[in-house]
Design a protein around this ligand. Structure first.
Ligand SMILES: *Cc1c(COP(=O)(O)O)cnc(C)c1O
Length: 366
């Protein structure tokens, strides 16, 4: 049988930038400085510039980035935060880590993103923020979401874990909301070699608060003015991310080319809609079919690894705090979506030959 096509393949990417990565890691080892030093400062500057916003604060993970964003906005215990019913659970974990209560909204079935028209019905007098998730690498429709936030005096924390580099009307995601969260988990489009994340903002006071929040409330060494946690991006990961950031646009272009190939050649499954208001970065390539489970079996037996993002809507997760109170019928779109979707490999280094094999297998099965 032909080689297995893995869903992700970190080895080929490492091989392509090995010399630069090895040199960056050696530079940190030989510097003898590992926490909050030159590499983190340089990465924060370079990443803020890339996103097109004024400030960036490196943190330990994407989940922490969401929690710290809310904490910086003084959102926590007793407050409610609205997000989408179709996301990676860490979106919810981050909201709960800040002490707030998450509420979820149904999606638009065509693109899998939060349906802005359903947000207002979820707002209560305790609601303080909306966390739009730019799922699969495509921006949410931000104008109506920002309009609702303005009208109800809510903050916006963009979850950009899957959307680094994606745009909404010429602006990059992560530069639109009040405080915004990124993940550099290894599978993400900009992946570290371990856990890592970042928060972006244009507000100087929020930026200064974040610097303390991620470093046990420390203003200068041994002087603690406020509560804070330990959630720092380390020098080694920052050095790795600085190398990879230089290649991100090129890797994104390859992902977009793979997506265009799939959209052109897949003929019996539904590809998610690409909205004309922005340019997505295809963190994942998600397709829908009513025969999902049979198709997954077939692809697996043909050596093609696929995954489901995500098989269980948030409101059905046992850890979702209000799940017992929810009427399942209020999320008809996520219910159906979760039963029909699966993701096929789309990492930048995927070859034309591999893509052909994937498309042929899917079309043959249909
Ligand atoms: C990966 C991810 C996160 C969390 O990131 P970690 O770095 O793993 O904590 C949050 N939200 C979404 C949508 C994600 O995909």
């Amino acid at each position: 049988m032909a080689d297995v096509i893995r869903f992700d393949n970190f080895n080929v990417q490492y091989a392509s930038v090995k010399e630069e990565i090895d040199a960056a890691v050696r530079r940190v080892l030989e510097s003898g400085w590992f926490i909050l030093g030159k590499e983190v400062e340089a990465f924060e500057r370079e990443f803020a510039h890339y996103i097109g916003c004024r400030y960036c604060v490196g943190v330990a993970s994407g989940t922490d980035a969401i929690a710290l964003s809310l904490m910086a906005l003084d959102i926590g215990s007793g407050d409610e935060v609205i997000t989408t019913d179709m996301t990676a659970f860490p979106t919810i974990a981050g909201i709960m880590q800040a002490g707030a209560l998450p509420g979820v909204v149904d999606i638009s079935p065509d693109d899998g993103l939060i349906d802005p028209d359903r947000i207002e019905a979820k707002i209560t007098k305790h609601t303080k923020a909306i966390v739009p998730v730019h799922l699969y690498g495509q921006s949410c429709d931000m104008d109506p979401i920002c309009e609702i936030a303005r009208k109800h005096h809510l903050k916006i924390v963009e979850d950009c874990a899957q959307s680094v580099g994606a745009t909404y009307k010429e602006r990059k995601t992560g530069g639109i909301g009040d405080v915004n969260a990124f993940s550099f988990y290894p599978t993400k489009n900009l992946g570290a070699y371990g856990d890592a994340g970042a928060v972006t903002t244009n507000d100087e006071a929020t930026y200064n608060k974040l610097l303390q929040l991620r470093n046990y409330g420390q203003r200068t060494r041994y002087y603690h003015d406020t509560f804070g946690i330990n959630s720092r991006l380390d020098e080694m990961q920052a050095a790795v991310l600085r190398v990879k950031l230089k290649y991100l646009e090129q890797w994104t272009l390859q992902r977009r080319q793979h997506a265009a190939y799939y959209q052109e050649h897949l003929n019996s499954v539904t590809c998610l809609k690409e909205n004309s208001y922005g340019v997505p970065v295809y963190h994942l390539f998600v397709i829908k079919t009513s025969r999902r489970d049979r198709m997954l079996e077939y692809l697996k037996s043909n050596g093609i690894q696929c995954l489901i993002h995500y098989p269980v809507p948030i409101h059905r997760q046992k850890a979702f705090p209000t799940h017992n109170d929810q009427d399942h019928n209020v999320y008809p779109n996520t219910e159906r979506f979760a039963d029909e979707i699966f993701s096929i490999p789309i990492y930048p280094e995927l070859t034309g030959e591999q893509q052909e094999r994937i498309v042929e297998a899917i079309n043959r099965m249909s």
